[in-house]
Design a protein around this ligand. Structure first.
Ligand code: AMP
Ligand code: GLY
Length: 428
């Protein structure tokens, strides 16, 4: 099997690493890839947003399966272009990717299908949104309230507004100043939920649903969940509160009904459906869906997967997921910590030399994101999130200890990371 992975983050490095363990793999390419994927796959200079060029390359190079990592190409319809050319692809159509690319569409689908999620009203008009808040305030509405951009916003589209003034400022930013461009032209005003958060991935061929192992992700930049939202600063799997009963409830009440509702809406989902969940007092609620593997959750979920990822992805793409054995998992836990550039998620410098990777203990896995191999062989930074360091061990606490025992051996100027990834599994 000749496989192409589209994307260039640590998620794609982890996908390449898991795929490279498959005995059926004969050639692996990653476009555009990074300094890490280049060691286990051949990096190909393709722009993931140039769908025709990607499909042309896949056709010319006899690619048997293309796996799409990032949300932007999926939302833009890369899978549709591949399918129109008769190319096998893992990833949903643009119509199905709306579950992520339009929070308004996703919310309507969930509410129609009776899937537990926060109540929300949607607006494209600033005055109407303001009137909704006025009414909310006058009827004694509770704060904080959540203001969300409907479109793709790289994790920057959610404001938890503590009071009426902050809520109106958020509306002004999105709808008047246009801080997120088109992504913020439509907004949701949503009830605030409370509880621990959980990421649960599910493979689905549009009909059959196979949940993967649960993980917790840390979105804020700094320790203690302070600072701005990022793409994700670390993750671990499995969280203790994700009991088999809870996971069965999520599959029955959320994942399977969502997949059914999408098929009924004429947008069957084929690929990886990622449920971002909150465990509230009233049970699990959906915070958001994504149409792709999560980052950094993938980096802690895939090292626990014993089954052949390539077999599973092929079954999804071919619409015969019910014909493969359910995935099996190592009893080990995994913890991953992201090393980021100084300034991330704001502006940051690139091209800084990375040292120390060769001094890590042999049980530490390194998934590259913003790294680049220079012609002279030196590895330098090229992005905000630079590396994810992952350890597996018998418990989450032990995996966490292994990562942090190694992390300071890796150096680049300004490196920053959170020190509290998975800490709650040790103390609580
Ligand atoms: P999202 O981009 O939708 O995943 O939201 C980013 C983060 O905002 C989530 O991980 C939650 O921590 C928080 N969030 C989003 N929606 C809500 C909500 N309705 N209530 C409380 N927190 C929320
Ligand atoms: N870890 C969050 C995301 O992938 O969207």
């Amino acid at each position: 099997m000749r496989v192409l992975v589209i994307g260039g983050g640590a998620r794609e490095h982890a996908l390449c690493w898991a795929l490279s363990r498959s005995p059926r793999l004969t050639a692996l390419y990653c476009a555009p890839g990074n300094g890490g994927t280049g060691e286990i796959a051949e990096n190909v200079t393709l722009d993931p947003m140039d769908f025709a060029a990607c499909a042309e390359w896949a056709a010319r190079n006899a690619i048997d399966l293309t796996i799409v990592g990032p949300d932007d190409p999926l939302g833009g319809g890369i899978a549709d272009v591949f399918i129109a050319r008769g190319l096998r692809v893992f990833g949903p159509s643009a119509a199905a990717a709306r579950i992520e690319s339009s929070k308004a569409w996703a919310k309507d689908l969930m509410l129609r299908a009776g899937i537990p999620t926060a109540h929300a009203a949607r607006f494209t008009d600033r005055a109407a949104a303001g009137a909704h808040l006025d009414h909310y305030d006058q009827s004694g509405g509770a704060y904080p309230v959540v203001i969300k951009a409907s479109g793709l916003a790289a994790g920057k589209g959610v404001v938890i507004a503590p009071d009426p003034t902050a809520a109106r400022t958020a509306l002004d930013d999105l709808m008047v100043a246009g801080t997120l461009g088109a992504a913020g032209h439509e907004v949701l005003i949503e009830d605030y939920l409370e509880g621990p958060e959980l990421s649960l991935f599910a493979l689905t061929d549009g009909e059959y649903v196979v949940p993967l192992a649960p993980a917790c992700d840390y979105k804020r930049a700094y320790d203690g969940d302070h600072g701005p939202n990022t793409g994700g600063m670390g993750a671990y799997s499995p969280p203790a509160f994700a009991t088999p009963d809870l996971l069965a409830e999520i599959a029955a009440r959320i994942l399977r009904p969502t997949v059914r509702a999408m098929a009924a809406a004429g947008a069957p989902f084929r690929g990886l459906l990622y449920a971002g969940l909150m465990l509230t007092r009233d049970g699990p609620y959906v915070i958001e869906f994504n149409a792709r593997f999560g980052d950094p959750e993938t980096q802690v979920v895939l090292p626990r997967l014993q089954s052949d990822l390539l077999d599973l992805c092929l079954a999804v793409a071919d619409g015969r997921l019910d014909s493969v054995a359910p995935p099996t998992w190592t009893p080990e836990a995994a913890c991953g910590v992201v090393l980021a550039s100084a300034g991330y998620p704001g502006p940051f410098e690139k091209g800084l030399p990375i040292t120390g990777l060769d001094t890590l203990d042999s049980d530490i896995r390194v998934f590259h994101a913003g790294t680049r191999r220079q012609p002279d062989g030196a590895l330098v930074t090229s992005g905000g999130r630079v590396l994810t360091l992952v350890a597996t061990a018998p418990t989450v606490a032990a995996a966490r200890a292994r990562v942090y025992a190694n992390i300071d051996r890796v150096y680049f100027s300004g490196v920053h990371y959170r020190t509290d990834i998975a800490a709650r599994e040790v103390t609580g």
